[in-house]
Design a protein around this ligand. Structure first.
Ligand code: AMP
Length: 287
């Protein structure tokens, strides 16, 4: 496994790999790897001849007062996990290489996709995400790039951006990996105290309850959201940022739950902001 920090060296290497006929599968991350990231790497290993992992805590996607400075990092551990997953190449650039002092170019996906939900709560976040993902795709030149549905809106933004910019890459979305008790895996879960960790279960429990209600035929969005809101607000350390039921591709809010409905939620537990999402109805259960 090779580790490359230099952008030009990375671009040259990836160009040469493609020229030699190899398929590049790429998994971009901010590091501090967990099973969610590893599931992407395992699928990438299956899909590519060369498996590339990037580790870059992207300053452009963090807002003022967010956790950029304390975002967890452990490169030595990430390196071991990457090796065990069969990663061929880790791209590990410095922030000032990606964004030098005179940096001036940003990719902005416009419309409800980036102004609602995470976009409304974290202004500029998706501009930072779209910019870094576009740059990474140009540097790594993969045929396939893998992203988690844990960041459901991010995945939609990345798909929109690659389609609109005609980037020749297949974007693959992968299922959310959860702890055995249901908590969606996240690098940020390490911030949680034991008591907060317990209360953080209210996110996945709300999802499960929403699915249960929809399966029982309770499909009025207002009624379902009121029940879920009460569940989460019963946790003293939990503060709801948003809790919405939206159409999976337009991201517009719905009044009735159908097979295209996705429940999306962001909840701050203590000082840790957590997100989760999931669909509410299978085809067979439609209200
Ligand atoms: P991050 O390091 O948080 O930027 O995440 C890197 C990639 O891993 C993104 O595509 C995430 O959606 C994905 N990811 C993070 N957590 C999970 C999870 N629990 N299950 C599946 N994918 C995940």
């Amino acid at each position: 496994m090779d580790i490359i920090t230099d952008i030009k060296a990375m671009q040259d290497r990836c160009f040469a790999e493609r020229a030699a006929g190899r398929t590049i599968a790429f998994v971009p991350t901010m590091g501090f790897l967990h099973e969610g990231h590893l599931s992407l790497l395992r699928e990438g290993r299956r899909r590519g001849d060369l498996l590339v992992l990037s580790i870059f805590v992207n300053p452009a996607q963090f807002g003022q007062g967010e956790d950029l400075d304390r975002y967890p990092r452990d490169f030595a551990r990430d390196e071991q996990l990457a090796r065990a997953c069969g990663v061929d190449l880790i791209f590990y650039p410095a922030a000032d290489a990606i964004y030098p002092d005179d940096y001036a170019t940003f990719v902005n996906v416009v419309g409800p996709l980036t102004t609602t939900l995470e976009g409304a709560s974290r202004p500029g976040h998706f501009r930072g995400v779209a910019t870094v993902v576009a740059k990474l795709l140009i540097i790594v030149q993969p045929q396939v790039a893998l992203f988690g549905r844990k960041d459901f809106q991010q995945l939609a933004v990345v798909r929109r951006m690659t389609t609109d910019l005609n980037l020749p890459v297949e974007i693959v979305g992968m299922p959310i990996v959860r702890e055995t008790d249901g908590l969606a895996m996240s690098s940020r879960n390490v911030y949680l105290s034991d008591a907060e960790r317990q209360q953080a279960l209210s996110l996945s429990q709300a999802l499960a309850r929403g699915r249960h209600l929809a399966a029982e035929g309770v499909c009025a969005v207002g009624e379902v959201l009121a029940a879920l809101r009460a569940m989460i607000e019963a946790q003293p350390a939990a503060r709801i940022d948003y809790l919405r039921i939206c159409h999976r591709s337009s991201f517009l809010e719905q009044e009735r739950i159908d097979v295209d409905s996705v429940l999306l939620l962001a909840v701050t537990v203590g000082k840790t902001r957590l997100i989760d999402n999931g669909s509410l109805l299978d085809e067979a259960e439609a209200c």
